[in-house]
Design a protein around this ligand. Structure first.
Ligand SMILES: [Zn+2]
Length: 350
C-alpha cells in the first residue's frame, strides 16, 4: 500500500497548542479553511455521504471522527460504531417492548441463510464474545442509518471481515441512501504505535476517561512507590489516580490476530476499484518529516522526573519504527484530520 504523505507544514512561526479546542479551531482554519467551507456548503445543500472507516483496532478511528465532526459540525456528522450498536441490541433484548419492535423490524427487513427463529434465538442466547451473522449485522446497520436521515455517517466496525467487504460494495443499493456517494477512509497506523498506545494507556476509575502516560499525559502528575501516575483533569471529575486496565501491560499481544485481520481488510479495500478512497497515514519517516509537518504537529513522548521535591515533565521527540522498520515520527490527530478534510473535498469533487 502506498499512502501519500500530506504536507501540512506552513513555514510560519505561529505555533498551536493542539490540545486546546480554541487554538485547534484556528489551526484548522489556517490549514484547511477553504476546504472546510466547501464541505460545510456541500452539507448545507442537503448532500451527505457514508464513509467506511477502515483501520486496525486502536488506530484512532473514534478520535479522528470526533475531531472531524467538531470541525465540520456535530449536528451534521454521526459516528456509527457497529460494536456499540451490537451492545445496544443486547440491551434491547432485555426490554419486552423494544424486543417486540426489533423482531417486527426483522420480520420486515431481514433476508439471509439463517431462519428468523434462529436469528432471534442467537440474539437471545448470545454471549458477548460470539459474533452475529453478516446478514443480521447488515440489516441492523440499515436500521441505524434510516434513523439518521440527512446526516453524514462515519461507519466504524464494518466491514470487519473479508466477506463483509463484498457486501459493502453493494451497500449503497441496500440502504437506499439517496444519491450520495460512499467512500472508504483507510487509516494506516503501524503496530508499534498501537502497542505503545495500549501499554501506556491509563483510565480514570471515576469518569472512565482515557489518557496515555507516555503520549498524552494529563496536566497533573502524581508519584508513589510504583512510580509516576496521571491524575484525571477532566472538568467534571474530582480527579482520581488514573490506572492501567488489566491486560494492557501486554500491549498488542492479545489482539494480534485481530490486528492482522484488520490489516488484511485494509489491503483488500485499498485494491478495490469503483469506490473513492481517502488514505490517511499517521507516521512520517523521521528524516523527511521536517519538510512536511510543523514541529507541533508531531506527537512528543513524555517522561517525568523529581527535581527539588517537585515533579517535572520532560517532553522529547518520540521516534517509532513503522511496520517496515523505518524510523518515524507519529502525528497528532489534528494534522491527520486536515488530510482527511482535504482528501474528502477532492474525492467528492466539490
Ligand atoms: Zn476522571
Amino acid at each position: 500500500m502506498n499512502f501519500p504523505i500530506e504536507k501540512t507544514k506552513l513555514g510560519s512561526d505561529r505555533k498551536f497548542n493542539l490540545s486546546d479546542p480554541k487554538e485547534r479551531e484556528e489551526y484548522f482554519k489556517l490549514k484547511c479553511g477553504v476546504e472546510i467551507e466547501k464541505l460545510k456548503e456541500y452539507l448545507n445543500n442537503g448532500h451527505t455521504f457514508i464513509a467506511y472507516l477502515l483501520g486496525k483496532k486502536n488506530s484512532g478511528k473514534g478520535t479522528y471522527s470526533k475531531m472531524f465532526s467538531e470541525v465540520i459540525g456535530t449536528d451534521k456528522i454521526e459516528h456509527l460504531s457497529v460494536g456499540d450498536m451490537v451492545r445496544a441490541i443486547d440491551e434491547e433484548m432485555q426490554d419486552t417492548q423494544k424486543k417486540a419492535e426489533l423482531i417486527e423490524f426483522l420480520e420486515k427487513n431481514y433476508r439471509g441463510f439463517y431462519s428468523l427463529e434462529e436469528i432471534i434465538k442467537s440474539l437471545e442466547d448470545r454471549d458477548t464474545k460470539s459474533l452475529l451473522p453478516d446478514e443480521i449485522i447488515l440489516v441492523l446497520i440499515k436500521r441505524e442509518i434510516a434513523k439518521r436521515k440527512g446526516k453524514v455517517i462515519l461507519l466504524d466496525g464494518f466491514p470487519r471481515n473479508l466477506d463483509q467487504i463484498s457486501f459493502s460494495l453493494f451497500f449503497r443499493d441496500l440502504v437506499d441512501y439517496r444519491d450520495d456517494p460512499d467512500i472508504f477512509i483507510l487509516i494506516d497506523v503501524p503496530m508499534n504505535v498501537i502497542n505503545e498506545r495500549i501499554k501506556w494507556r491509563r483510565v480514570c476509575p471515576k469518569c472512565n476517561s482515557s489518557r496515555n502516560l507516555k503520549l498524552l499525559p494529563t496536566s497533573k502528575i502524581g508519584h508513589d512507590d510504583a512510580g509516576f501516575y496521571l491524575i484525571c483533569d477532566e472538568p467534571n471529575c474530582d480527579g482520581g489516580k488514573m490506572v492501567m486496565k488489566e491486560g494492557d501491560e501486554k500491549g498488542i499481544e492479545p489482539i494480534k490476530e485481530r490486528l492482522l485481520m484488520d490489516e488484511e481488510i485494509l489491503k483488500r479495500a485499498y485494491s478495490l476499484y469503483g469506490i473513492p478512497k481517502v488514505l490517511l497515514k499517521n507516521t512520517i519517516p523521521a528524516d523527511i518529516a521536517p519538510n512536511y509537518v510543523d514541529d507541533y504537529e508531531i506527537t512528543p513522548g513524555y517522561s517525568f522526573e523529581i527535581v527539588d521535591g517537585e515533579i517535572r515533565t520532560i517532553e522529547e521527540p518520540w521516534i517509532v519504527a513503522d511496520d517496515d522498520g523505518v524510523q518515524c515520527v507519529s502525528l497528532q490527530a489534528a494534522p491527520v484530520v486536515v488530510s482527511m478534510i482535504r482528501q474528502l473535498v477532492a474525492v467528492l469533487k466539490i
